[in-house]
Ligand binder design. Structure first.
Ligand SMILES: Cc1ncc(COP(=O)(O)O)c(C=O)c1O
Length: 351
């Protein structure tokens, strides 16, 4: 029998695959190729399962305190989530409540459109320029809020902080979310803007720079006005949204950040080397300040290269349905050793 009422028609976000196959080079979801820090290993080894009998903390005070010291913000300006997807989803619910359209680029993190649809938020996808840049003037118009990933994904392109400030400054009657998932791979953070503007909300994740994608921890930082609303949303959806193990391990990660400075530096060096090598064989590479590159192959189509790499157990991301980048592949940056093997495999195909 037909179910009465309106069953929602939802077009979900399609996440990158997590193949179960062993011995692959996995460069399709921008995870970090390096180990979590020794302090994280140690915190996990000494975690007492007895603690799991109780619910996790409601406010992750220890993790927020560690982040407050690391970032130079007050602990009450920080909210922790089950990955930054959790934070972003709550931010959409908390901050976008007008009849006006929320603006974000046509090429950006694919989840924004899904949340806007899911929560009935009007939105407009603003085309990136022909060189895949976010054009500041496109965001100096009436709107119901703005979301900018900086550096952007899947392009990898970083927008300088003074241009981000121009957008924030011109839009003080709406909330501007800056998604800094990849900021620690060479960009300059928008955190200083928090001192001047109370309409900025910055989101971060432990999935990329901190090698903890599987732990599912992210956070948001904003003014007291914004924090009050997003905390109310959190307490209306899932108050215990961060598990006890995640809080302990993420705190250990923050307290051992020197280790991550080193692994991020390695990834950036490998990214720049890999980009130059691919350019030398005719590939077109967008300038990246992230842990991935968006490349247009030379001599073969993106689809052919994708299939060939997969046949050699190298997984990258291909977006055949996204017209503007259907001729490109997004390749996460692995270890130097992995990327040397990827380069050799590509060179073999070209030979
Ligand atoms: C731009 C951007 N924002 C947010 C996320 C979500 O990250 P997580 O939920 O793992 O924190 C991702 C993941 O790929 C991303 O690329």
């Amino acid at each position: 029998m037909e179910i009465k009422g309106l069953l929602r028609k939802i077009e979900p976000y399609v996440a990158g695959s997590q193949p179960a196959e062993k011995n692959i080079i996995k460069l399709n979801t921008n995870e970090n190729a390096y180990e979590p820090s020794p302090a994280v290993h140690q915190a996990l080894a000494s975690f007492d399962a007895h603690q799991l009998r109780k619910y996790s903390t409601l406010d992750q005070a220890a993790l927020r305190q560690a982040l407050s010291e690391q970032l130079g913000v007050r602990a009450d300006q920080v909210i922790i989530g089950n990955g930054s997807d959790d934070i972003l989803s709550m931010a959409f619910l908390a901050f976008f409540n007008s009849e006006e359209e929320v603006l974000f680029p046509d090429l950006t993190y694919g989840f924004y459109k899904v949340w806007a649809d899911l929560y009935h938020i009007p939105f407009r996808e603003v085309p990136l320029s022909s060189s895949f840049e976010i054009a500041t003037q496109d965001y100096l118009v009436e709107n119901g809020g703005i979301v900018i990933t900086n550096p952007n994904a899947p392009t990898g392109i970083y927008k300088p902080l003074n241009q981000i400030e121009e957008i924030v400054k011109a839009n003080q009657s709406v909330v501007v979310i800056i998604d800094e998932a990849y900021i620690n791979f060479g960009g300059e953070t928008a955190l200083p803007l928090l001192e001047k503007y109370d309409n900025v909300f910055i989101t971060r994740t432990f999935s990329k720079d901190a090698s903890l994608a599987g732990l599912r921890v992210g956070y948001g930082i904003g003014s007291p006005k914004l924090m009050a609303v997003i905390n109310a949303v959190k307490n209306s959806v899932n108050p215990y949204n961060v598990d006890s193990i995640a809080e302990v391990l993420a705190t250990a990660a923050v307290k051992s950040w020197d280790y991550y400075e080193d692994t991020c530096a390695k990834i950036m060096a490998t990214r720049d080397w890999f980009s130059q090598e691919l350019q030398a064989i005719g590939f077109d590479i967008l300038p990246s300040k992230t842990n991935f590159v968006l490349v247009k192959p030379h001599g073969v189509t993106a689809g052919q290269l994708f299939d060939y790499l997969q046949s050699k157990k190298i997984y990258v991301r291909y977006f055949p349905k996204v017209e503007r980048i259907s001729d490109r592949l997004r390749i996460s940056i692995g270890t130097q050793d992995e990327m040397e093997r990827v380069l050799m495999t590509i060179q073999e195909l070209q030979a």
